[in-house]
Design a protein around this ligand. Structure first.
Ligand code: UDX
Ligand code: ADP
Length: 464
């Protein structure tokens, strides 16, 4: 039986960082080393000031404080960590391809491939290699092919163990996971490798929550679990448009639908649109796989989830423009929130950047306040969309560290992230210092519309 004493994780991002921190916390007898090519990221993980960790997640700094230096290490020496480990997790990013075949849809596997080649080159002893990133179905096969054909006689077992943590609740999701999926070969060596990983999770999770499957089922389950969740958000968002045209209220509709125990209440919160690193990417991936296999109707079915989401972001921005008398040119609009959801500093695919982009195309100035997102990240996001020059973006996007300052003298306020602190603001004070009529566009339905209307605001929620 493989005895695991050293784990290496390649990629110190939103997945690798929190996952390894929790494994190290729960398995004090195992050394866990997280490596990354990005020196700054590793330096931040090693910073004595735990508020400087590169990733913000509630509860993460406590876990890091407990394990770091004891059996949790962060390093840029990738080769050494690979060589030392019996088990290697790959959690590098797999963004949507921005070039060539599958552009805009397929996952770019170049980082995974680079990792595989590096593992093959460095390894002197047998290893279990686990794909942790969200990957298109059959990636493990590519991984296996590279490892088996480029290494010198070392044996690798490839497992798929996709991550189900959601950002903002990552630590809790890891510590109290509904399920952990472990996919592996149904051979004696494959089963042994699956057992080794099962034993790690069994340090803190009941056995019945650790599901063993074949590799392909594990990969596909992850992709489609996200597609189902995103589909619910797009479904409720499609109804929000209908509610706005009728007397129905989306929150009442959502409550009524969710009260059906067969449907359940989660992921029925209407919003300006879903964001994050997974939903869009995974669905595009699924669509691409279906198209490649000639399953056009299946591809179109899932693609509609993305189309709905794009529509929702446009609808929100268009409503702001229409309400502000069909022009936002030269006007200031405050954005409260930039992250793709609360309790994270991640902005990948955040609705905020798309809405800002549309308004900036209409020459509005966007003043942004977000409690956790850095200024540079906001600029990087709008620059990434490539609609305007960096210089133009600098002129139109104005980050602010103080929410009251951000809302001063603006023509409208838009809520893009559901940060709890927004509810507790002194809205009377905000009202007193902004242009009239004072418009609030609540893209997350977090504020009390009635209360704001009493103060004098013109309040627009989603689907209300
Ligand atoms: C998701 C999956 O939940 C997780 O299991 C997977 O491993 C990674 O992808 P994450 O992207 O971190 O996690 O966030 P999630 O909480 O799923 O939210 C995704 C987006 O949907 C956010 O922008 C969120 O604001 C939005 N959302 C979610 C809604 O608009 N309404 C809802 O009811 C729920
Ligand atoms: P995720 O949300 O999937 O964790 P992130 O982008 O937050 O994605 O993290 C992925 C990390 O993987 C990045 O910090 C990146 O620098 C790192 N990475 C990518 N390729 C390699 C590689 N070949 N070796 C080491 N680290 C890598």
């Amino acid at each position: 039986m493989t005895q695991i004493k050293n784990i290496c994780c390649i990629g110190a991002g939103y997945v690798g960082g929190p996952t390894m921190a929790v494994i190290a916390q729960k398995c004090p007898e195992i050394n866990v080393t997280v490596v990354d090519l990005n020196e700054q990221r590793i330096a931040d993980w090693n910073d004595d000031d735990l508020d400087k960790l590169p990733i913000y997640e509630p509860g993460l700094k406590e876990v890091v404080a407990e394990a770091r230096g004891r059996n949790l290490f962060f390093s840029t020496d990738v080769d050494k960590a690979i060589d030392n480990a019996e088990m290697i997790f790959i959690s590098v990013n797999t963004p949507t391809k921005t070039y060539g075949k599958g552009k805009g849809m397929a996952a770019d596997l170049k980082y995974i491939e680079l990792c595989a080649r590096q593992i093959a080159r460095v390894s002197k002893t047998d290893k279990i290699v686990i794909e942790k990133s969200t990957l298109p179905v059959r990636t493990a096969e590519a991984l296996r092919s590279i490892l088996d054909n480029t290494s010198s006689g070392v044996k690798f077992q490839i497992l798929s163990s996709p991550e189900f943590l959601a950002e903002g609740t990552a630590v809790d999701d890891l510590q109290n996971a509904d399920r952990v999926l472990i996919g592996g070969d149904q051979t004696p060596e494959g089963l042994e490798a699956m057992q080794a990983l099962t034993d790690i999770y069994a340090h803190w999770l009941p056995k019945e929550r650790i599901l063993q499957t074949n590799v392909w089922s594990s990969e596909l389950s992850k992709l489609t679990a996200n597609a189902f969740l995103a589909q619910r958000v797009s479904s409720i968002n499609s109804l929000s448009a209908l509610c706005e045209k009728t007397e129905a209220n989306i929150e009442e509709v959502s409550r009524a639908i969710g009260a059906d125990s067969r449907i359940g209440s989660k992921f029925l919160k209407s919003s300006v649109g879903f964001g994050g690193s997974c939903f869009q990417k995974d669905i595009l991936n699924l669509v691409y796989i279906c198209q490649s296999l000639g399953l056009k109707e299946v591809a179109d079915y899932w693609e509609q989830v993305i189309i709905m989401n794009d529509y929702q972001k446009h609808r929100f921005a268009d409503n702001i423009i229409k309400t502000l008398y069909n022009t936002v040119s030269g006007k200031k609009i405050a954005f409260l929130g930039w992250a793709f959801k609360k309790d994270t500093n991640d902005t990948r695919e955040t609705a905020a950047m798309y809405v800002a982009d549309i308004l900036m195309e209409d020459r509005a100035t966007i003043v942004v306040y977000d409690p956790k997102v850095k200024y540079e990240q906001m600029f990087a996001d709008v620059d990434y969309l490539n609609t305007r020059t960096e210089k133009e973006n600098k002129e139109l996007l104005k980050p602010q560290t103080d929410p009251y300052e951000a809302c001063k003298d603006v023509h409208a306020i838009a809520i893009l992230t559901e940060w709890d602190e927004f509810k507790g603001y002194d809205w009377q004070k905000i009202y007193d210092h902004m242009m009239k009529p004072a418009f609030v566009f609540d893209g997350r339905n977090v504020l009390d519309g009635e209360k704001l209307e009493k103060i004098g605001f013109k309040y627009y929620g989603i689907g209300k």
